[in-house]
Write a protein that binds this ligand. Structure first.
Ligand code: ADP
Length: 479
């Protein structure tokens, strides 16, 4: 069994969020189950990508409207990845520092449509030339047209028999564009045009859902929510495709996220959890001049509505101004209004609040290790990986019960609970959850036992990788 993952991100080469983590971990676990798995992404301008060696494996050119776009497929020479990683090299479109956004402005790239159309077609041209794969596994809207193109575009029809899996990591982004851009698509059967359409637009997410053999998303809870109202207008469609859809919860890469070996940590877990956590916390509180005697509550992630980031400034302000006893640290990038509000709080709450408005992988690892609690007040959460990393690093998650958070973090009111849940998305319930956390922090024995317990929970990819493999095998047996 040979699988190709077609993705916009893959850790450690390119990561903006959970998709990168999944594409960088699932292939290793599939390999352990005996399935040969490769990944292909665009070749961006990142430090990691620049530091590797590459072997060119294919060169071609494709036409988008009246432009001819030359491209190369290169195989990354890094031997430690655990799977073959290929990149589509089109310097004009991808040799840029951001994956989706220009880091200078925070805005998406103006030529996004061209970027993803070129990426998908370059992959398919390469596969036409040489395809050892039994399954194509496409991720999110950036690759949503692949299942359509291989069925309905003459140029790629030689690949039509290959089964496709389409995974929705984030149902908020559809990549939709106007029908007046049809001239940018490769020639397709006009009878099949309806498959491209959703609500009067060409919608790659909807097209992926319609045309794939198997639809998955990253937790069972999120699949339900996509059907019920979290898919930005695709609810009916996702309900309609129920027979071929399933939620499979993401796992974590326990090689990367290992408190005993994680190279991004300053101190490693030896035997004594309390000792290790104390050292990791001291690193953070010293570095950012924060009090060390209070529980450290962190938030890591995109500062956007989906993550509930807009709740943070007022929530923290309310908690601290009421005399709540905790220290907060926020690592993230995103909406200007949230960033501005957080910056204003820095000077107001010296010693108990700080923020780093940046993407910083190393600091994130240090924070997962050093914190006492992780706050995730998400409005929508397809799976969420932060809570899984924090469990592994002995940091108790405080989560809104939504999507994958509800599936993975049971409340400590239950016998085997591993975190603190709140139900409604509002300040009052989130505040209540913060007070539950600080109360727990006062109960030394209960606190220590819980920390030991959560670090033992197995959230590795093992079971979920097996579920994907079963899907691949089932599809291939039908060809
Ligand atoms: P998303 O919806 O953003 O994909 P996930 O919880 O699935 O959310 O994954 C987020 C991943 O991105 C985690 O690995 C998290 O640690 C990482 N991450 C998010 N923001 C930052 C940041 N500012 N710095 C470092 N890592 C970040």
């Amino acid at each position: 069994m040979k699988i190709l993952h077609i993705s916009a991100e893959c850790y450690p080469a390119a990561k903006a969020g959970g998709l990168g983590d999944v594409a960088g971990a699932l292939p290793k676990y599939l390999r352990d189950l005996g399935a040969e798995t490769a990944v292909i992404i665009p070749k961006y301008r990142s430090k990691w990508i620049y530091e590797q060696s590459y072997e060119p494996v294919f060169q071609g050119h494709l036409s988008i409207a009246h432009w001819t776009v030359p491209f190369a497929i290169e195989k990354c020479g890094n031997p430690t990845l655990g799977f073959p990683l290929y990149m589509v090299n089109v310097p004009r479109l991808f040799d840029r520092p951001g994956i989706y956004n220009d880091p200078q402005t925070g805005q998406g790239y103006w030529d996004d449509l061209e970027r993803w159309l070129v990426f998908q077609q370059a992959v398919l041209q390469w596969l036409l030339h040489h395809n050892p794969y039994n399954v194509f596994h496409c991720h999110d809207h950036h690759t949503g047209l692949v299942p359509f193109m291989i069925k309905h575009c003459r140029a790629y029809r030689a690949l039509a028999h290959i089964p496709t899996v389409f995974t929705i990591h984030n149902g908020q982004y559809h990549g939709a564009f106007h029908w007046d851009k049809t001239f940018m698509l490769p020639d397709y059967d006009r009878d099949a045009g309806g498959l491209l359409d959703w609500d009067g637009m060409i919608n790659p997410l909807a097209t992926g859902i319609k045309c794939c053999w198997q639809l998955t998303t990253v937790s069972a809870g999120y699949m339900e929510e996509l059907r019920a109202g979290s898919s930005g207008g695709l609810e009916w469609l996702i309900n309609n495709e129920r027979a071929k859809s399933v939620g499979i919860v993401n796992g974590i890469d326990t090689d990367v996220w290992n408190p005993k070996t994680d190279p991004l940590l300053g101190t490693h877990l030896n035997v004594n959890v309390a000792d290790w956590k104390a050292k990791a916390k001291l690193f953070i509180t010293q570095k950012f001049h924060l009090r060390n005697d209070l529980p450290l509550i962190i938030f890591i992630g995109r500062l956007v509505g989906e993550k509930g980031a807009d709740l943070l400034p007022n929530l923290i302000h309310r908690f601290l101004s009421e005399g709540g006893e905790a220290v907060f640290f926020i690592l993230g990038t995103g909406e200007q209004s949230v960033s501005d509000a957080l910056m204003r709080m820095k000077s107001r709450y010296l010693g108990v609040f700080d923020t780093a408005l940046m993407y910083n992988e190393e600091l994130s690892h240090r924070l997962y290790a050093g914190a006492d609690f992780l706050l995730m007040p998400s409005r929508v959460e397809p799976c969420g990986l932060n809570q899984l990393y924090s469990l592994r690093y002995g940091t108790i998650p405080i989560v809104r019960a939504v999507g994958g958070l509800r599936d993975t973090v049971s409340d400590i009111a239950d016998e085997k609970g591993c975190g603190i849940q709140f139900a409604a998305f509002n300040e009052t319930e989130a505040l209540e959850a913060l007070y539950r956390a600080t109360d727990l922090y006062q109960q030394a024995e209960k606190w220590a036992n819980l920390r030991q317990h959560i670090m033992q929970i197995d959230h590795s990819w093992k079971q979920s990788a097996q579920r994907y493999l079963n899907i691949y095998q089932d599809m291939v047996s039908r060809t």
